[in-house]
Design a protein around this ligand. Structure first.
Ligand code: SF4
Ligand code: SF4
Length: 445
């Protein structure tokens, strides 16, 4: 409480800030309520404080020192998915994503929790996401845990229920780690095929590179087929998106500077990203580093070069030949593609170019599946409700596969389908494109 009042005093005549981040955008809200119908937590709970308008009110009151971070306030703000569906419909252009990230950073600063929680956060945000070697080591250990049969034993014996805190939820969502060759780094250069269109740099990501290395390989192949020289900058790490969404602002800044530096050296025409949260976050580097004179201009220039894979590929017709893929699919829009980057038609345009593919519409396709970074681990109850809603709609389509473009959504929807015993595959968009270019499926559902 004391530091909140202190913050408020410091900013009484200046711009509104939380944890040093501007929340001036709260003043753009005209309280029209048009965002309420698009907010998943409001739809589930029906309470004003679990709506965008209610949360903006809370953030403003916190920044002005009119309210404190009580358990109730923290709960309403923490329940926000940061899905940014409210931004898409807001007529006043409220930059809601930036507001909630500032609020979450303030919560982490003011209420860091028990030493065990702080250690757990450091292990994840500091060690695993901050150091690629640590993530690779953890992936090897997890792979051993899974292939040795220990995971099956733990699950059968229900020992996992005895784990403290959110660890049982973490265990339940552990992705199936691929073999070593799929986790190996990509070559640093993949040459364009045919007429050369561009020189692009590829973000291979942190979790993405160890869990979905096959998607990165497919991305490089599809880009090369479409006339791109693909540079995979060595030494790249996490872009900081998970840290920023989790309120770990200081490390998010550090990671953004390192990412900019690494990719600048590639001198590429565009930086291509195949994971939605990373793409949306990297496009926001300009705003993130705005207050740092040494980095602001570099960050703006870098952010302007970032493109989602579908956004880049949809700028021109896909280079033929594409073989038929006989599959009935439906498309789930990852929040940080459709709301964070306003990319809605491009993935559908690409799917429409694959011969033999049948695409059926998904009700509430742009509604969060409950994954939302690590939300499904920190807020398992609400995440479960939203996943149930998503799976219901997926099964209504009768599709054989759900196509999407984000590792978190893939894992979450896979878990939901598994729990229902449904035989529906979950694929990244680039896997389908890669198949159409003649590459067989690398992994099953
Ligand atoms: S739609 Fe925008 S202006 Fe209207 S209440 Fe929601 S955030 Fe405020
Ligand atoms: S980001 Fe999503 S969950 Fe949060 S207030 Fe906006 S619509 Fe609701």
């Amino acid at each position: 409480m004391a530091h909140i009042v202190e913050d408020a005093r410091r900013t009484a005549t200046g711009p509104l800030v939380l944890h040093g981040l501007s929340v001036e955008g709260v003043n753009q809200c005209v309280h029209c309520g048009l965002c309420l119908a698009s907010c998943p937590t409001f739809a589930e709970l029906g309470t004003e404080m679990d709506s965008p308008r209610g949360r903006i009110f809370l953030i403003k009151a916190l920044a002005e020192g009119r309210t404190a971070l009580t358990d109730t306030t923290v709960q309403h703000l923490s329940l926000c998915l940061d899905c940014r569906a409210c931004e898409t419909v807001c007529p006043a252009g409220v930059p809601y994503g930036r507001l909630i990230e500032a609020a979450k950073a303030e919560i982490e600063h003011a209420r860091p929790g028990s030493p065990a929680r702080r250690l757990f956060r450091w292990l994840n945000f500091g060690l695993l996401l901050g150091r690629p070697w640590a993530l690779r080591l953890a992936a090897t250990a997890l792979r051993l845990y899974q292939v040795s049969g220990l995971q099956a034993l733990v699950r059968r014996s229900r020992l996992v229920r005895l784990l403290p805190g959110t660890l049982p939820a973490w265990e339940a969502l552990l992705p199936s780690l691929p073999p070593r060759h799929e986790r190996a780094p990509l070559p640093s250069y993949v040459m364009a095929e045919g007429a050369r269109r561009a020189r692009v740099a590829l973000l291979t990501g942190c979790v993405q590179s160890v869990v979905f290395g096959a998607h990165n390989r497919a991305t490089a192949r599809v880009l090369a087929k479409n006339g791109c020289d693909v540079i995979v900058p060595e030494g790249q790490g996490c872009c900081g998106a998970l840290n920023a969404h989790g309120g770990d602002h200081a490390r998010a800044l550090e990671m953004s500077r390192r990412t900019i530096e690494t990719f600048e050296a590639a001198r590429a025409d565009a930086v291509i990203v195949n994971t939605s949260g990373c793409g949306a976050h990297m496009k926001g580097y300009g705003a993130l580093l705005d207050g740092d004179p040494a980095w602001a201009e570099r960050a703006r220039r870098f952010a302007a070069s970032v493109q989602d894979l579908s956004e880049f590929l949809a700028k021109a017709p896909l280079v033929p030949p594409l073989s038929p893929v006989a599959l009935r699919v439906t498309y789930h829009d990852p929040c940080h593609v459709v709301h964070g980057q306003k990319i809605r038609k491009e993935p559908r345009q690409l799917l429409a170019q694959i011969p033999g593919l049948s695409v059926v519409d998904l009700v509430e396709s742009d509604w969060c599946c409950g994954s939302a970074g690590i939300y499904n681990l920190t807020q398992p109850e609400m995440a479960g409700r939203l996943l149930e809603r998503k799976i219901r709609h997926v099964l209504e389509t009768g599709a054989e596969a759900v196509v999407t473009a984000n590792p978190g959504c893939i894992l979450q929807i896979q878990a939901g389908l598994r729990a229902r015993g449904a035989e529906v595959q979950v694929l990244h968009l680039v896997e389908l494109l890669d198949r159409a270019y003649g590459r067989p499926a690398e992994r099953g559902p």
